[in-house]
Design a protein around this ligand. Structure first.
Ligand code: IPE
Ligand code: IPE
Ligand code: MG
Length: 243
């Protein structure tokens, strides 16, 4: 089975799952966090190198204040509880996104988890938090423009590689597999540039119901796909044979 080098997951459907059970949305987020923990461990043990989880988008700030603060508290608690486990599993934790609106105690927990796991060499686990891809691309454009204005580089130095290097995901390779749960088929401002050649997997399963066997099913689907990158099928097969 060919394993993706970088799995990115849009963990969606917590609210609807709770609603179906006639419970508050926050109940869905609690279950969702448990599922995330399981999937992280499963990816780590399967030997996946990179996993990015969309935990909170830049647009999610527009949700009711009580839901936003609950999610922030949940993240802080998760990190407080899980950091030792991450170290044990040799998982390196980091965050991408704009943390300027994130409460300082949560930032502290993030910093602590990132520092404590910085020497781990197994799974590279990235939480996208306060993340928005358009904002990320805009920030990259600004950085590059400043370098040109300062005379450090010329316009001719601007290429895809330079743009990628100025994104928050650098040096993690682009995701080759993007999973979204809950039946929605959109990116919701997630990794727009990086998803250029990703394979997509949409499932109706709500995130709190997502299990390791659903992951297994998704990975089987990935493994069965032919990634052509614009070439024709026969050439791709020949390249595979010669590798
Ligand atoms: C995903 O579940 C979690 C976050 C966005 C933080 P939702 O909260 O979006 O759940 P639905 O889409 O409303 O069911
Ligand atoms: C995307 O889910 C963000 C996360 C999963 C963290 P949303 O539920 O916020 O996306 P939309 O609003 O349905 O597009
Ligand atoms: Mg949603």
């Amino acid at each position: 089975m060919t394993l993706p080098k970088h799995i990115a997951i849009i963990m969606d459907g917590n609210g609807r799952w709770a609603q179906l059970k006639r419970r508050p949305r926050t109940f869905g987020h609690i279950k969702g966090t448990r599922v995330a923990k399981k999937i992280i461990t499963s990816c780590s043990r399967r030997g996946v190198q990179n996993l990015t989880l969309y935990a909170f988008s830049s647009e999610n700030w527009l949700r009711p204040l009580n839901e936003v603060s609950f999610l922030m508290r949940l993240l802080r608690r998760y990190l407080g509880r899980e950091t030792d486990n991450l170290i044990k599993e040799n998982i390196k934790f980091s965050v991408i996104g704009d943390l300027s609106q994130v409460p300082s105690d949560v930032c502290e927990a993030i910093k602590n988890a990132a520092e404590s796991t910085s020497r781990c060499t197994g799974l590279n686990l990235v939480f996208a938090l306060g993340y928005g891809s358009r904002q990320e691309i805009t920030a990259a454009v600004k950085k590059i423009a400043e370098q040109v204005a300062a005379g450090q580089i010329s316009c001719d130095d601007i290429n895809e590689n330079l743009v990628s290097k100025n994104l928050s995901t650098y040096p993690t390779p682009d995701p080759d597999f993007i999973i979204r749960t809950s039946g929605e088929q959109r990116l919701s401002n997630f990794l727009l540039w990086q998803a250029a050649y990703a394979e997509f997997y949409f499932t109706e399963v709500l995130w709190p119901n997502f299990t390791e066997s659903h992951l297994e099913e998704a990975l089987k689907s990935f493994s069965s796909r032919q990634r052509r990158y614009g070439k024709v099928s026969t050439d791709v097969n020949l390249e595979k044979l010669s590798n």
